[in-house]
Design a protein around this ligand. Structure first.
Ligand code: ZN
Ligand code: ZN
Length: 102
């Protein structure tokens, strides 16, 4: 098989997590194309997470834990909400400020 270094349509990236396959490629000059295929059924809604934190989603857990942002030894603040992406505990007041770019 000979190697051809003439790229015609850019790189193709393929990533696969447990149930979801993600394929991404760049069309010449235009926006990158992302294709997400869910190998399960479609009841599993998939969210595309951006690095800037805009799409971080809160998730509720059984236990109450101390808020990573505002809880102190003197004044404990507990929450049963975590960020599903960062996997840290945040209360309602802190969820937004924590993810705001500074
Ligand atoms: Zn807090
Ligand atoms: Zn987060």
């Amino acid at each position: 098989m000979k190697t051809d270094n003439k790229y015609t349509s850019g790189d193709i990236e393929y990533a696969q997590s447990e149930d979801i396959g993600i394929m991404r490629w760049k069309d010449r000059g235009s926006k990158p194309v992302t294709l997400i295929s869910n190998m399960h059924n479609s009841s599993d809604t998939s969210t595309v997470l951006r690095k800037n934190g805009v799409d971080h989603m809160p998730k509720f857990i059984d236990k109450y834990r101390r808020c990573k942002m505002c809880s102190t030894k003197a004044k404990e603040k507990r929450s049963n909400m975590i960020c599903s992406t960062c996997e840290i505990t945040l209360c309602k007041q802190c969820f937004k400020p924590y993810h705001k770019p500074t």
